[in-house]
Design a protein around this ligand. Sequence first.
Ligand SMILES: *Cc1c(COP(=O)(O)O)cnc(C)c1O
Length: 388
Amino acid sequence: MSAFIPLSVPNFGEKEAAYAAEAITSGWVSTSGGKVTEFEEKFAAYVGMPRAVAANSGTSALHLAAMAAGLGPGDEVLVPALTFIAAVNPTTRYVGAQPVFLGCDDSLCLDPAAVEDFCATHCTLQNGKLINNATGAHVKAMVVVHVFGNMADLPRLMALAETYHLILIEDATEALGTRYTSGPYAGRAAGTIGDIGCYSFNGNKIITTGAGGMVVSNHPDWTEACKHRSTQAKADMLQFYHDEMGYNYRMTNVQACLGIAQLERLEDFIKVKQARYAQYKAALDGVKGLRILPFRTDCTRPNLWFFSLYLKDSGLDRDTVIEQLQAQGIQTRPVWALINEQADYPKNEAYHLEKAEDYRRYIVNLPCSTNLSEADCQRVIDAVLALV
Ligand SMILES: *Cc1c(COP(=O)(O)O)cnc(C)c1O
């Protein structure tokens, strides 16, 4: 029996062990010790921002971003229906706001046409505020997720944000390393273009600190607000005065060491993603109705975080494929159930879901770890080809 091939697992080696050992032997294993600041600085330099603020997860980073953006009770937020639920809960319910769910385009990301249609036909601009005609609520922001590392259509979404006075929150948790190579944002990284952007270092992401997150913003005071709230909103270090309700969303020194090591390896990880993606594409794309979904490469360098096998024209059933591969020790998964169908959100508005429903039904994500060998990738390919 050949070894199990997981979907997406951490790639740790000697560098991570050595850097983490520094923190452990020094005794600085909690939230002090200097490595968090070093990781923040190195991360900021990598994405090309003056400052980055570490958090203990992508979810807490998104919660800090929603608070920095001033979202609260009475506000509505445009969010994608096809995404992980952590893009939605922290930016809406955690702060008392409500989501309006919108569909995706063929990048799998929030569809600018759906945003435009919702704003133009369901809302009215009143004194610089976009008001939802049905609810009377202030539609204050949109959350743009760069799904699977594929850049959303930011030139159009940024223009809509400006027209309709919407704050643009980038959920770049899956897209560290993705950047524009041409167009109006040439050279800019995913997460650095909207008002505020968030990243995750969960175990399945392209780099990991076990768990962790980061926030960057084009508003320096928002970045500082995130730092402040992530550290209990302490106004005075000695006397323990707190000037508002804060949180303990801090990263540890050990995690930061892991992050520094992983960041040094990120570009090499992307090279592996490129090789494996090309291998899947050459062997499967166009074969008996199978497709490997494309990334936006005309104007971006994507990080190629997750690979999508699209089954619609192959006649194969998603869940059968997943089961049959699982029986051969190959882990795959469907794309997320739409968020508007989840327990917490049955009453929220949802529009233009056709493509989201289609991709939900026909995508199987293939193994894509940065330590996936060429031989194991070939085993996945052979197993898929045996099904069609
Ligand atoms: C992973 C992920 C998050 C949350 O990150 P955690 O670090 O797991 O809290 C949020 N949004 C999206 C789209 C993600 O993929």
